[in-house]
Design a protein. Sequence first.
Length: 134
Amino acid sequence: MSQENVERIRAVYDRWNREDLMGLLGLFAPTIAFRTSGVFPSHDPVYRGHDGFRKFWETFHEAWERIDMEVKHFDDLGDERVLTRVTFDGVGRGSGVPVRRKFAFLYALEAGVVVEIHAYANQAEALEALGLPE
């Protein structure tokens, strides 16, 4: 099941980068919980359910002219958990300012469906929180 979970999370990033919100929601449980990293203070700490994620999506996309998330590494942690190490590249809407930042996201799945996402402000924070070596 673990390789299937990694492939499922790979599909999450594919749909994110294609700006396919409906396709993305199709990979999430209706009760999804998305815990934000706190890096962007205009966002709530947690978004719940499809409606909550849709609210996050709309708010987040309003601020960016261009967004790309490139996964540098997938860590299958077992117990239906996948950690991704990601480089975020974006260009601010209106300002044109480019932003590049490394994040990490922990995904919890049940029967191949994403039930929770926890965003970490950086990769070291995620590894420390999970007790993993760099």
